[in-house]
Design a protein around this ligand. Structure first.
Ligand SMILES: Nc1nc2c(ncn2[C@@H]2O[C@H](COP(=O)(O)OP(=O)(O)OP(=O)(O)O)[C@@H](O)[C@H]2O)c(=O)[nH]1
Length: 332
């Protein structure tokens, strides 16, 4: 293997789950639906983990930039013909010895305007004081048009009997419309919750054009960032003869993201140019592209770049579909 690699020092091997979920799209059928969903729960309940599972690779550009009048958007998921917009509930229900009602009122924020509120409860912790306080606030604040569902998370940590008893207890304390048993981390039950959310949102036009949401998988955006940095540093003809692909993506538990990309070049000579003297060119591309990814994703990024020579990459259909282009035989 003569491929060169650059990256940070902590080049740990990738786990089995390093690949991102498939970015294939479900066909759109029936009336369009759209709405806001607030995930609430005590700290550590698994809100971020669940959000990442449901939104997957398709973090929209708009989610990064737009502040809505309602609440900050954390992510957008497409479920068939439904557009699910997840809103932030900053600082909601931090545990306090004595619940400060005014504080909760001020923090209710996104949840107040959400079409659906999903309460996450940790299976092994059950009906804690914190959850009791949240239920009390829900009783007082949920509007007549709002739907409230329960998601018992971390089911991998408890036995089935415990789950059933907890579900009964929570449903006795609040009239949840639906109850889901999930493991946000492992993905169990997440599809069912997402499908229910999609089906329960009000009918209406999407808030964001489809091409801003579904057609911009993060892998592609990240590849485009690296390609842009290469273009800025290379002689004019080379950028047209290279392509960048994101080969692997791993959102790590420590909150960082590892991104592996391959730069395909058509000629051996170009490889040396991209690497530069002692690898300086590719290192500076790495630094610049990574900085942009960090800003975009809002989390630390470990970027690994490899250069590979593929004389025929321009003719390879696979490369075209990776770029989101259609490849027509004899038309390359
Ligand atoms: N065993 C298990 N752990 C999980 C599951 N879902 C989330 N976790 C873990 O629970 C911890 C908290 O998850 P987060 O998604 O950060 O929780 P959060 O509700 O966003 O937390 P805050 O940001 O503090 O409000 C992390 O260590 C997760 O890995 C699950 O289904 N099973």
């Amino acid at each position: 293997m003569s491929d060169q690699e650059t990256g940070p020092d902590d080049a740990t091997p990738m786990g089995d789950n390093a690949m991102m979920p498939d970015s294939a799209q479900a066909p759109v059928e029936g009336p369009t639906r759209a709405g806001f969903v607030a995930l609430i729960g005590e700290p550590n309940a698994g809100k971020s983990t669940l959000l990442n599972k449901m939104v997957g690779a398709k973090v929209s550009i708009v989610t990064h930039k737009v502040q809505t009048t309602r609440a900050r958007i954390r992510g957008v998921a497409m479920e068939g013909a439904a557009q699910i917009v997840f809103v932030d509930t900053p600082g909601l229900f931090r545990p306090r010895r004595r619940l400060d009602r005014a504080m909760v009122a001020a923090a209710w924020g996104g949840a107040a305007d959400a079409d659906v509120v999903v309460l996450l409860v940790e299976a092994h912790r059950g009906l804690t004081d914190g959850v009791t306080a949240i239920l009390e606030a829900l009783r007082e604040r949920v509007g007549p048009a709002q739907r409230v569902a329960l998601a018992i998370n971390k089911i991998d940590r408890v036995k089935a009997e415990v789950l059933l008893a907890l579900s009964a207890k929570l449903n006795a304390a609040f009239a949840f419309e639906e109850t889901f048993m999930i493991s946000a981390e492992r993905g169990h039950g997440v599809g069912a919750l997402r499908a229910w959310l999609g089906g329960t949102l009000p009918e209406g036009p999407w808030f964001y054009p489809e091409d801003q949401i579904a057609d911009l998988p993060m892998r592609q955006i990240a590849a485009e960032m690296t390609r842009e940095k290469l273009t800025l540093r290379l002689h004019e003809e080379i950028p047209y003869q290279l392509t960048v692909e994101t080969e692997a993506w791993e959102d790590r538990r420590d909150g960082s993201t590892r991104i592996d990309q391959i730069i395909y070049v058509a000629r051996d000579g170009h490889k040396g140019i991209i690497l530069g003297h002692k690898g300086e060119t590719i290192k500076s591309v790495n630094v610049a592209a990574r900085a942009e990814m960090v800003e975009f994703l809002g989390r630390p990024v470990h970027l690994f770049l490899q250069v590979k020579v593929r004389p025929n990459w321009l003719e390879e259909s696979e490369r075209y579909s990776e770029m989101g282009l259609e490849f027509k035989d004899g038309n390359a």
